[in-house]
Design a protein around this ligand. Structure first.
Ligand code: MN
Length: 432
């Protein structure tokens, strides 16, 4: 077994039993100590952040032979692009440094003060500079629900859906880190079927519960990634909220798919959890019938058991209510298949690219990963913590998603991705 995921190992940094960030996780993020200093790369342990720029400067990572300044950087990208064995060495070394039995950091008061920062005194930033963002549509339950609503039960799944992981090229520029507010978008909609379109703030604003993975080393143009070699290219995963304006989407999506309905904001969680940390939570992926074509047939088909929740805190209310409980393992198309399909044309992926799963709905009505499905297109409003009704999101509403793997007495998790809806902004004057 990889010693860095040994459930018995403990850190000298206190970690609560329900913390998402024990010694077995060690996710990477970008932070700055509040009020000063430039952003740099850190690793989360309990409620502390280990400053990797300081650790590298003090020579504690010398055996990994890293490029100078790889962590004194506002993005994870330079580190993500390193070869997998080199990154594994860093993880091994960090795991040892934070271990309760290892004195090098534990007993060095000066180093601890410089390198270990309380999370509460740090600002977290977008962890990765994302060159390109792709969003898939890989949940059979989600695609079926949406298909039933828009095309009827007979034609719920499009004829291609069971043969390829459907996706679209999203917008990387509007990716934001958890906590950044989301301004309600304005756009064209057609409230009355057959009538002319109108312009104004979206009235059907929604969330989508997703996860995404970042590319570590990319592939050269013209060289597809084989389905059995995805692990060499996946750096790690985050939670993703793909905010969606359903009324804009409905009017614009034919014939070329989502455009303005999705390009105003997509939120990601700040800590990137590596494949190494997720390895103990590997599990079978759903069976596929019909069998996929050979380039999508996995030699070792698997996914990960990651529990997912969505909490809604309505405007003006003091408490949130859990409105969805789902699981990453429900997805029909795996990350390996998404990667193989994306690159089968020779399309090149670059370090830092984000590939998101699509809405992760499960089989039960409380496992649907969007308001569109939870309220069945607004026909079955849900109740907030204090009994108000919601069909779609109101100004001031906050949506918080959480994800974790449950071990025996510990968790390896992603923390949260959260965002609050701000009112639409008045348009600037048209100009001359
Ligand atoms: Mn989506």
């Amino acid at each position: 077994m990889d010693p860095t995921v040994d459930p018995r190992a403990k850190s000298f940094v206190p970690v609560a039993a329900d913390s998402h960030f024990p010694l077995q996780n060690l996710p990477y993020g970008v932070f700055s100590p509040r009020g000063h200093d430039t952003p740099r790369v850190g690793v989360r342990i309990g409620d502390m952040v280990l400053d990797l720029a300081v650790i590298q400067d003090d020579g504690l990572l010398d055996e990994a032979e890293l490029p100078d300044g790889v962590f004194a950087c506002p993005w994870l990208n330079p580190f993500m692009g390193l070869p997998v064995p080199q990154r594994r060495l860093v993880r091994d070394r960090l795991h040892r440094l934070l271990n309760v039995d290892e004195p090098a950091l534990r007993d060095d008061r000066d180093l601890r003060a410089r390198a270990l920062r309380p999370l509460a005194a740090c600002d977290l930033h977008m962890p990765v500079g994302v060159p390109d963002y792709t969003d898939f549509y890989s949940s059979r339950e989600h695609a079926t629900n949406v298909g039933i609503m828009f095309r009827g039960a007979e034609n719920a799944l499009m004829p291609n859906w069971l043969h390829l992981p459907v996706g679209y090229h999203g917008r990387a520029s509007s990716l934001v880190v958890s906590g950044q507010p989301v301004i309600r978008p304005q756009g064209q909609t057609q409230p009355v079927e057959g009538a002319p379109p109108v312009f104004g703030p979206s009235r059907l604003l929604d969330f989508e519960l997703e996860m995404g993975f970042f590319i570590g080393s990319g592939n050269p143009l013209g060289e597809p990634v084989p389905v059995g070699r995805s692990d060499e290219h996946i750096f790690g995963l985050v939670l993703v909220n793909d905010w969606s304006a359903r009324d804009i989407q409905k009017w614009e999506y034919q014939p070329l798919g989502p455009f303005n309905a999705k390009n105003f904001a997509t939120s990601v969680s700040p800590w990137v959890v590596t494949l190494e940390a997720l390895a103990p939570f590997r599990c079978d992926a759903p069976g596929q019938d019909p069998a996929p074509l050979p380039y999508l047939t996995e030699p070792d088909r698997h996914t990960y058991d990651i529990r997912l929740e969505v909490h809604l805190q309505a405007a003006g209310e003091l408490q949130a209510r859990r409105i969805c409980a789902s699981n990453f393992r429900y997805l029909y198309w795996t990350m390996a298949q998404q990667l193989a399909h994306h690159t089968i044309t020779g399309c090149n992926l670059n370090t830092g690219d984000l590939l998101a799963s699509g809405t992760i709905s499960g089989p039960d009505a409380d496992s649907y990963g969007s308001l569109l499905e939870l309220t069945w297109r607004g026909t079955k409003p849900l109740l907030t913590a204090e009994g108000a009704e919601r069909r779609f999101l109101a100004d001031g509403d906050s949506v918080t998603m959480a994800a974790w793997c449950q071990g025996d007495g510990y968790r390896v998790g992603f923390g949260e991705v959260t965002g609050t809806i701000l009112p639409a902004r008045p348009l600037p004057p048209p100009g001359r």
